[in-house]
Write a protein that binds this ligand. Structure first.
Ligand SMILES: [Zn+2]
Length: 155
């Protein structure tokens, strides 16, 4: 069962519709800045800090050139908002000292390498997350679903 954790602060769901600390990774789904149809699945492993980013169709992210891409930065930004810096740092096992200024700051403290990982697992968790929200839903608009165009959500 997915635990629903109240966000520490409101998140920009349209940009990062899904983020979680699960399976030994910080992982999630980041929408493409340019193409509404495309999403990226980004993840960072706890401990090793190996990172990965690809499209939901397992195409490698073009922004990964020996350093974390903007999707990983967006994912980390959102994780900090959702879980708070202390919890994210503890999960990933990274020393943040007095704290971090944001996702880029946190990424700069990691010493991981790019590592192939399947996007399919994370993406299927995202879809299950959405269906769970629908099942648990009511007449109240679900902010997570606003990410999808055409669900009638107003922004
Ligand atoms: Zn990327």
């Amino acid at each position: 069962m997915l635990a629903v954790v109240p966000p520490a602060r409101p998140r920009k769901l349209a940009k990062v519709p899904f983020v979680e600390l699960a399976d030994g990774r910080l992982q999630g789904v980041v929408s493409s800045g340019s193409d509404i149809e495309r999403v990226y699945v980004s993840s960072i492993s706890a401990g090793t800090h190996a990172y990965q980013c690809s499209t939901n169709n397992n195409r490698p992210c073009g922004g990964l050139r020996g350093a974390p891409c903007k999707h990983l930065q967006a994912l980390t930004d959102e994780a900090l908002l959702q879980y708070g810096a202390v919890r994210v740092a503890r999960y990933l096992r990274v020393d943040i000292g007095d704290g971090v200024a944001g996702g880029a700051d946190l990424l700069a403290r990691l010493d991981g390498q790019p590592e192939p990982a399947s996007a399919a697992m994370v993406f299927s968790r995202f879809l299950r997350h959405l269906s769970y929200l629908e099942l648990a839903g009511s007449t109240i608009a679900l902010p997570e679903l606003q990410w999808f165009p055409g669900t009638g959500a107003t922004r």
